[in-house]
Ligand binder design. Structure first.
Ligand SMILES: NC(=O)c1ccc[n+]([C@@H]2O[C@H](COP(=O)([O-])OP(=O)(O)OC[C@H]3O[C@@H](n4cnc5c(N)ncnc54)[C@H](O)[C@@H]3O)[C@@H](O)[C@H]2O)c1
Ligand SMILES: [Zn+2]
Length: 389
């Protein structure tokens, strides 16, 4: 059976956060956010809006980048004490992911993240609904069935995937993204591009996901540089299509760019979007050896206006286009250029490759792979060498 699942309601456009003032049927709202959202005043704005809708409000603002198991457990504990019927996450992917984990533990006391990772998430929505308000333009977490929780001691990131944790409501208010510094626009924008490209070539691609992915790709190529440069209208465009990319990948699956990015992020501490931005050209070259993937990449290249008669030339032009975007936004071309030492890389590389092979995203990659191939791609991406595999 194939399935396409997204939130029931998506509010979008400038000022759409205020739509929540019209929410009825909820009495207690638990806000999940971080220190930056508090500092920028967005958390207080959300509190005011929910209070104006007649709700009692409690705020948890201790989410860190790449939320930890401990943070999720602490949030769930406070949630249990407060008893909300609405959970409202405002922030980047980290806040939304943390809220998803807390929500599941709140609904099912005794459940562990390990249970969710290995056996899936039991039915939710007996106690609360989840509204997600992204402040970055990349993860798509406001519409996805994924949450990524980190074990910082073991230096591992665990993606959990289950349609149960798809939020009920997403609010895409571009005003909340205007405070993003350029590097965050770059990393999260490249994450969104990677979601769309990986979804478009993934094994579970479908007639539902392909149009979302291809539209997101064309708009990102058209507007991401302007968004990086601070153009307000471009920021709005990217905020919408990163959500479309989220809808595409949550239903089509991803690929080994994400498998490797999850494990590099955990082991080497690099931001998720930066890992994807660096890895994407190497993975496209590797995957393009598979006939069907080559055809899909070539189609992407045509759709963004690149010329070429031979499919391999179109794939090379697509790779050059991705590299050009990265260069414009000052993203390093290889992992070494992020400042990771050869020693640190050598210490972790085999573990990263073997763990990436086990990552859930590997299953939908269009080319069958192996831990050895992943290690070879990783080596190329570290040194900036071409992938010939
Ligand atoms: N659930 C999913 O489907 C999914 C998909 C991709 C990535 N992820 C996960 O999401 C996390 C990354 O999320 P992210 O890239 O959105 O970054 P993030 O949430 O980790 O935020 C990064 C930093 O940017 C700050 N920030 C956020 N919005 C801001 C704004 N508007 N202005 C100024 N500063 C702002 C945050 O406070 C934080 O310090 C990773 O853990 C990644 O693994 C999840
Ligand atoms: Zn991602």
């Amino acid at each position: 059976m194939s399935r396409f699942t997204i939130p029931r309601d998506i509010f979008y456009g400038k000022g759409s956060l205020a739509e929540l003032a019209g929410f009825r049927g909820f009495s207690r709202a638990f806000i999940v956010t971080d220190a930056m959202m508090e500092k920028l005043g967005f958390a207080a704005r959300l509190e005011g809006i929910l209070r104006s809708a007649g709700m009692e409000v409690m705020t948890f603002s201790d989410v860190e980048n790449d939320p930890s198991i401990e943070t999720v457990m602490e949030g769930a504990r406070r949630m249990t004490g407060f008893g909300p019927d609405l959970i409202a996450a405002i922030g980047g992917g980290s806040c939304i992911d943390a809220a998803k984990g807390m929500w599941a533990l709140y609904e099912h006391p005794g459940l562990t993240l390990e249970d969710m990772r290995t056996r899936g998430v039991p039915p939710l929505r007996h106690k609360a609904r989840l509204a997600a308000i992204p402040s970055t333009s990349g993860t798509g977490s406001e519409v996805t069935a994924f949450t990524v929780i980190s074990d910082h001691k073991a230096k591992v990131k665990y993606p959990i995937a289950d349609f149960e944790i798809t939020p009920d409501i997403a609010v895409l208010d571009e005003e909340i993204t205007l405070t993003m510094p350029p590097s965050l626009v770059a990393y999260t924008g490249m994450d969104a591009l990677c979601h769309a490209i990986e979804a478009y070539v993934a094994l579970n691609r479908s007639s539902f996901t392909n149009p979302l992915a291809i539209h997101a790709i064309t708009v990102i190529f058209g507007y991401l540089k302007d968004s990086y440069d601070g153009a307000l209208s471009a920021r709005g465009e990217i905020h919408v299509v990163q959500c479309l990319a989220g809808m595409a990948f949550t239903n089509a699956g991803l690929g080994i760019t994400h498998s490797l990015a999850h494990k590099i992020g955990g082991a080497l501490g690099l931001p998720h979007g930066l890992c994807n931005a660096i890895l994407m050209p190497y993975v496209i070259k590797y995957n393009a050896r598979e006939r069907a993937a080559m055809r899909h990449y070539a189609n992407i290249a045509r759709r963004i206006g690149l010329d070429g008669t031979r499919e391999m030339n179109l794939v090379n032009s697509l790779v050059a286009g991705v590299e050009d975007l990265g260069r414009y936004m000052q993203i390093p071309k290889c992992l070494q250029d992020t400042g990771i030492s050869q020693f640190k890389f050598d210490m972790h590389k085999e573990y990263i490759a073997s763990q990436a092979f086990e990552d859930g995203c590997t299953a939908t990659n269009p080319r069958r792979t192996s831990p050895e191939d992943l290690l070879a791609i990783l080596e190329c991406a570290f040194h900036g060498r071409p992938v010939i595999l």
